[in-house]
Design a binder for this molecule. Structure first.
Ligand code: AR6
Length: 343
């Protein structure tokens, strides 16, 4: 099931469980912990008192009380001490323990904050890598929808190196567009000029109105029906064919595309399904298509890659480098405020 990165206040999430970045006592605190207790009400604290605290890297579950979420999974992240104190493993363990609890309880959706990245000082870009690394594993394996909730813009840090590489790729792409646009403008001027020249020439007689070769309404209908018979393979057919050609199963493909099962079932059932551009690109990534093949698949759904769209340029950047990890691509798209692939 898909992994969504969203910007939101976690206390507003309508999911089966939200995860709380708590402390050992589980008796509330500041940051996201404070916000969750405030929104859930006193009863949450009363239940937390019965839990006997929690160790770093472990998780415990309670009801959600006044929250839109049915449950709260409380986990305790590590305090950042420079990285040499097992922080990475402990942080990964927070995500794992919370996911295991959610799966044990049969929950279908769960939302995480970026654990340890506030008061506990874990560097945000590194924490994000750890979170995505663990959560990817789970969404590829289990039918559970996972949200990673980013509270504010500054909480989200794509690694600086990747951010600047993608940013300069976008800039180069835009520069190429400007050159192309300039070329097209000149071409338009030339066309307009030759039109003016042609219009100035004396006109010949137009005999076509006297000809009886124009199709009658019946003829036109037949011609249209014939054209429609020759209609190109639809997006949905092309997708299913490509899945077979790549030797993938449907499940492998929609999971790798970060598309949920129901959405895929709709596409499978409806030969003329009209997908959105992010959906087509998500499948292109899952199928590991090269740029030419991606363009061909997009065309089947009536789209094209444009060099004046940041979204398109970012996806193109990853395809050109043979990086088909939808979660990494989404991380970059999110950093640049673009729609995400699949989800
Ligand atoms: N929704 C989503 N994310 C949020 C929200 C919210 N409403 N509020 C803050 N964040 P922190 P920690 C983000 O400090 O570092 C508490 O006092 C925030 O931007 O809440 O694990 C506990 O009791 C940051 O990225 O948790 C512990 O003592 C992330 O949540 C201690 O803080 C985590 O920040 C735990 O520290």
């Amino acid at each position: 099931m898909p992994l969504y990165i969203v910007r939101n206040d976690i206390t507003k999430m309508q999911v089966d469980a939200i995860v709380n970045a708590a402390n050992h006592t589980l008796l509330g605190g500041g940051g996201v912990d404070g916000a969750i207790h405030l929104a859930a009400g006193q009863e949450l604290l009363s239940e937390c008192r019965t839990l006997g605290g929690c160790e770093t890297g472990k998780a415990k579950i309670t009801a959600g009380y006044n929250l839109p979420a049915r449950h709260v999974i409380h986990t305790v992240g590590p305090v950042w001490q420079g990285g040499g104190q097992n922080e990475k493993e402990l942080l990964a363990s927070c995500y794992r323990s919370s996911m295991e609890l959610a799966l044990e309880r049969g929950l279908e959706s769960i939302a995480f904050p970026l654990i340890s990245t506030g008061a506990y000082g874990y560097p945000k870009d590194q924490a994000l890598r750890v979170a995505l690394g663990v959560l990817e594993e789970y969404v590829l394996k289990y039918e559970i929808t996972v949200y990673l909730v980013i509270f504010d813009k500054t909480s989200f840090c794509l690694s600086e190196e990747l951010f600047s590489r993608v940013a300069s790729y976008i800039d180069d792409g835009y520069a190429a567009v400007r050159e192309e646009e300039e070329g097209q403008r000149r071409e338009r001027q030339m066309t307009a000029l030759s039109y003016v020249k042609r219009a100035a020439r004396p006109k010949k007689h137009d005999w076509s109105i006297l000809s009886d070769s124009a199709p009658t309404p019946d003829g036109a209908e037949r011609e249209l029906a014939r054209l429609l018979e020759e209609l190109d393979e639809s997006f949905s057919r092309a997708l299913l064919r490509l899945i077979d050609e790549k030797g993938m199963t449907d499940v492998q493909c929609y999971k790798k595309a970060n598309v949920d099962r129901k959405h895929f079932a709709k596409i499978r059932k409806d030969e003329f399904y009209r997908p959105s551009k992010p959906t087509v690109l998500a499948f292109a990534i899952a199928l590991e298509l090269n740029l030419k093949e991606t363009e061909a698949l997009l065309k089947k759904a009536g789209f094209a890659l444009s060099s004046s769209s940041r979204f398109d340029l970012i996806v193109k950047y990853f395809i050109e480098r043979g990086n088909y990890n939808v979660f990494e691509i989404n991380e970059a798209l999110f950093a640049f405020d673009q729609s995400l692939l699949g989800a």
